[in-house]
Design a protein around this ligand. Structure first.
Ligand code: ADP
Length: 191
């Protein structure tokens, strides 16, 4: 079983790469953003609790996303591998994931960072707001807030996985195919 994190700022193309990676390599895709949006659509108690947090572009509690992830991992005992997208987003989440995967006997193998400048992300997100129904993408202020949260909360995870020798980075500033070629080059030798 191969467990991989796909990481990067909002707008870096994690969802697009995740889709390509699932098609090519058969990962089970676990996106905390998708899970939370599904709860909101369903109108579940959890959805009601997190709706305004997502709309503001703040992070929901570590405890909520950690339990979403562990429930989903446990639901797929025969998975070939998991692709974690949008998780972990804080150091505490990374530590929880490490401990959880350690227990399954399949520790994290690699964190792939989609590297792209904030200005490119901002342009992409504002364009996405008109194509998809994402209230957190609709104005520059909210988008900048999410980028700032990424830099303060999520960037420290890079150091965490660098120390473990599990960190790699690819250029995600051009088109999806260009990025996916680099992702594939990292994955092929370990698949
Ligand atoms: P993006 O990377 O474009 O921000 P996501 O779909 O990954 O999109 O996340 C959307 C929102 O869902 C985040 O802004 C945050 O409010 C919430 N969220 C997703 N994943 C997490 C997480 N691991 N921890 C806390 N909040 C999260």
């Amino acid at each position: 079983m191969l467990n991989i994190i796909i990481a990067g700022p909002p707008g870096s193309g994690k969802g697009t790469q995740a889709k390509l990676m699932v098609e090519a390599f058969g990962f089970i895709h676990l996106s905390t953003g998708d899970m939370l949006r599904r709860e909101i659509e369903l109108g579940s108690p959890l959805g009601k609790e997190v709706e305004s947090i997502l709309a503001r572009g703040d992070l929901v509690s570590d405890q909520i996303v950690i339990s979403l992830i562990s429930n989903n991992v446990n639901a797929h005992p025969r998975a070939r591998g998991f692709l974690f997208d949008g998780f972990p987003r804080t150091l505490a989440q990374a530590q929880a994931l490490d401990a959880f995967l350690e227990k399954t006997g399949h520790p994290l193998r690699m964190m792939i960072l989609l590297d792209v400048d904030d200005s490119v992300c901002e342009t992409r997100l504002l364009r996405r707001a008109t194509l998809e129904n994402r209230p957190d993408d609709t104005d520059a202020l909210r988008v900048r807030h999410r980028l700032a949260t990424y830099h303060s909360q999520t960037v420290p995870i890079i150091e965490h996985y660098k120390k473990q020798g599990k960190f790699v980075s690819v250029d995600s500033s051009k088109n999806p195919e260009y990025t996916f070629n680099q992702v594939s080059e990292w994955l092929k030798p370990i698949l």
